[in-house]
Ligand binder design. Structure first.
Ligand SMILES: Cc1cc2nc3c(=O)[nH]c(=O)nc-3n(C[C@H](O)[C@H](O)[C@H](O)COP(=O)(O)O)c2cc1C
Length: 419
């Protein structure tokens, strides 16, 4: 059994105070790091193989190096806790219950990249998280672990909580930067990447709060120790969220290489209904997998080869007897509502997918698969952010996996108009 790196307390434990975090060796990594060179922290994160837990699974150290090596007087760090994807609760849990793990990760990232200020990016309605973070930042300041000359070192760093609007795209990294800069929380085109030009045009490292929460253990116990958990290419543990369709909903921490069965049945107790699982959705913005993949290992390369991804770990499923079209339509409706309206191809794609699915459900006959494939192929890569690809993944995989359900619902009627 792999020891928990993140969820080290009982699931109903309240916010971990600074004193309680110190009992778990909290801020030992930071004080040790401050006595040495930022490169030691960067090197440890690089050797650990840590990848982002916010959805894109990008190697953390690559971003850190970009920000650290971009010439600038000022650099920033953002801990992205803007979690707004239905079915994902892990970031809210981390900030509410384990704020110091996130804050120590933020401080270590700041030290490693030469930043002087960090933002904890939360959504304005996350009152529990805002309260927990506010108390924890005050504790840090009182303990001399924030502000000038942290722990008697030459490192000065401050942390501010930023309250973002409650939209899905607000969690995208350039939208987060825009919001912190006082503008609308809408994505902008990349490049430049945040590591080159982010907040106030300065190099900015944006990481998911879970990504940063892994860093203190990596720095304290070493990259080799971290690499010993998970698989060779997907190191460490990941948080998975299960919703109320399982017997034991909640957020669970498992090493990479665990199977979907381990998460859904081992942790969640399986579907509450007792019905068999027909398909798995690793996260809302990923492709569906057939039930034959219940015993597939969850790691980046395996899921990529299967045409899906790890996403942010909000695992859900389709059960035997479920209305598949309704489920896929709900997902499509989410993306149509949450696209920010800036990029015409994204607006067009998300609206068209929802429209075609409504046609299928109304029994308007064949032609729907070609229309969806055409519109998603046209839109691919044409947005400021990857919402275009996120909206396409579930529906394209559903067309293949649930071909019979689609055909039965669409019926033999006349084809709908071309996309
Ligand atoms: C539409 C959209 C919404 C996103 N929402 C979040 C979010 O809520 N939290 C998050 O950490 N990353 C989110 N991301 C990904 C971020 O842009 C970025 O990749 C991430 O914060 C980087 O952190 P990581 O490398 O540690 O995963 C979103 C991306 C897109 C396209």
């Amino acid at each position: 059994m792999t020891p928990a790196i993140l969820l080290t307390r009982p699931s109903d434990a309240p916010r971990q105070s600074l004193a309680e975090y110190r009992e778990e060796h909290g801020y030992v990594a930071l004080t040790r790091a401050l006595a040495g060179d930022p490169e030691a922290v960067l090197g440890a994160v690089e050797s650990s193989g840590l990848r982002g837990r916010g959805g894109a699974s990008f190697p953390a150290a690559v971003k850190w190096r970009l920000a650290a090596s971009t010439a600038a007087e000022t650099r920033f760090v953002v801990a992205n806790g803007g979690e707004h994807e239905p079915g994902s609760e892990k970031d809210k849990l981390l900030v509410a219950r384990y704020p110091h793990k996130v804050l120590e990760g933020l401080l270590l990232c700041g030290f490693a990249t030469g930043a002087t200020k960090g933002f904890l990016y939360l959504i304005e309605d996350m009152t529990e998280q805002i309260d927990a973070a506010t108390q924890s930042i005050e504790e840090l300041r009182d303990a001399g672990l924030l502000g000038a000359a942290i722990a008697g070192s030459g490192f000065a760093f401050d942390i501010e909580i930023h309250r973002a609007p409650p939209t899905y795209v607000a969690g995208e990294e350039t939208a987060a930067i825009g919001s912190i800069d006082g503008g609308p929380a809408k994505p902008r085109k990349k490049p430049p990447y945040p590591g080159e030009a982010g907040i106030r045009g300065c190099p900015t490292t944006v990481n998911n709060v879970e990504t940063l929460a892994h860093v203190p253990s990596i720095v304290r116990l070493g990259a080799e120790w971290y690499r010993g958990i998970g698989t060779e290419q997907s190191t460490g543990t990941m948080l998975f969220t299960l919703d109320s369709r399982v017997q034991r909903p909640g957020v669970y921490e498992l090493p990479f290489g665990s199977t979907f069965r381990d998460v859904i049945y081992g942790c969640g107790g399986g579907p509450r209904s007792g019905r068999a699982i027909r398909a798995i959705l690793p996260a809302l913005s990923c492709g569906f997998l057939g039930a034959e993949h219940l015993d597939t290992a969850i790691d980046h390369a395996t899921l990529r080869a299967l045409g899906t991804s790890v996403g942010c770990g909000g695992i859900s499923f389709v059960e035997e007897g479920d209305d598949v079209l309704q489920r896929v339509s709900e997902i499509a409706a989410f993306f149509m509502k949450e696209q920010c309206g800036q990029c015409p191809p994204c607006r067009m794609e998300t609206n068209q997918i929802a429209h075609v699915l409504a046609g299928v459900r109304a029994g308007k006959g064949p032609g729907y698969a070609a229309q969806i494939e055409k519109v998603t192929a046209f839109a691919r890569g044409k947005g400021h952010c990857s919402l275009i690809e996120m909206a396409a993944a579930p529906v394209l995989s559903a067309l293949r996996l649930f071909a019979d359900d689609f055909a039965a619902a669409a019926g033999p009627g006349a084809p709908t108009a071309d996309a």
